[in-house]
Design a protein around this ligand. Structure first.
Ligand SMILES: [Zn+2]
Length: 321
């Protein structure tokens, strides 16, 4: 089957798109290798097995030594489909592992993905362990060497990558921007499989207001290349509409959740999920009730932090005032 083939392409000089296996719900899972003057930085590391050894094969092919020439692995965030392969790489390399402080605990203790980030109950956790998909937690934690902050610059060779904290998809999500060629490595913050920029989901630590602000900021940088993890790269005039639609759908999702809550007076997450599946204005992860629930939870927490709604145990309601 052609979709199961992994591939690697130098899409921009010195920027290698290494695409892992195709997965049903999340599409292909990519990592990017950025090479500059004999040094390389890897952006994300895929799952435990994909793209796996292909990363070293690409380095070998271009004459780089993965032990000495790979200087850092930058993690956009610590979800299993982006850091599952990190443990394997770190056995071969002296690269420094970098992630935002809000995802450090998750990177070092992957089981928190099920208990804190998806808030699964005991039965769901058992089912999740039997899952074979890219979100399974089947790898050990990895020690973080360096914490990323908003506006940090990562320098290697003659390349500079600017860290932009986004915090929407997960509490520690960052994207990386190469200003000279306007390349944006967007991780899962602009996650548009299958070529659907309005489609997004978050874990329970995500912040939808932060996502809206970050997308505004990213748009103002006018990237020429948008390199996401779960879909094909976008270039030039295709980039801004992708960012704009991701931005608008986040606002719309928040608006829908608030509207439904106002109409009901009070509701729990299951009720809101049921009502949302009957609205067809924006695409939501219908076929994954767990991801849909996590995204609704993030929306509710965003509204709560902004003083718009309140929570009593599992019941949410709009403020009386
Ligand atoms: Zn993710």
């Amino acid at each position: 089957m052609i979709f199961s083939l992994m591939s690697s392409t130098e899409i921009i000089p010195g920027v290698f798109h290494i695409q892992g296996r195709f997965t049903d719900k999340l599409g292909p899972i990519s990592v990017y290798l950025v090479v500059s003057d004999g040094k390389a930085v890897l952006i994300d590391s895929g799952t435990a097995g994909s793209p796996g050894g292909m990363i070293e094969k690409v380095m070998d092919k271009i004459g780089l030594n993965s032990r000495t020439d790979l200087v850092a692995v930058l993690c956009t965030h610590a979800h299993p489909d982006h850091v599952g392969g990190l443990h394997r790489i770190m056995k071969l390399s002296k690269a420094r592992v970098m992630v935002h402080e809000n995802d450090v605990r998750l990177l070092e203790n992957p089981s928190l993905f099920l208990s804190e980030r998806l808030r699964l109950n005991m039965i769901e956790k058992i089912t999740a362990r039997l899952e074979k998909g890219p979100l399974r937690v089947n790898y050990p934690g990895v020690k973080v060497n360096e914490i990323l902050h908003n506006n940090d610059t990562i320098s290697f060779g003659s390349t500079r990558l600017r860290v932009i904290f986004t915090g929407g998809h997960s509490a520690g999500h960052c994207v990386f921007f190469e200003p000279s060629r306007k390349i944006l490595f967007s991780g899962d913050e602009i996650n548009n499989f299958p070529n659907e920029p309005r489609m997004f989901f978050t874990d329970c630590s995500g912040d939808l207001a932060a996502r809206v602000l970050a997308l505004d900021k990213i748009k103002s940088l006018h990237p020429d290349y948008l390199l996401p993890t779960h879909d094909s790269p976008h270039i030039f005039e295709d980039v801004i509409p992708q960012i704009q639609q991701a931005h608008d759908s986040t606002q719309e999702f928040l608006g829908n959740v608030l509207c439904l809550l106002k109409a009901r007076g009070k509701a729990d997450i299951e009720q809101i999920a049921f009502d949302l599946t009957r609205m067809h204005n924006i695409p939501i992860p219908f076929d994954s009730p767990i991801l849909l629930r996590a995204t609704i939870y993030s929306a509710l927490m965003t509204l709560k932090r902004n003083g718009i709604i309140e929570q009593s145990k599992s019941i949410w309601s709009v403020h009386d005032s």
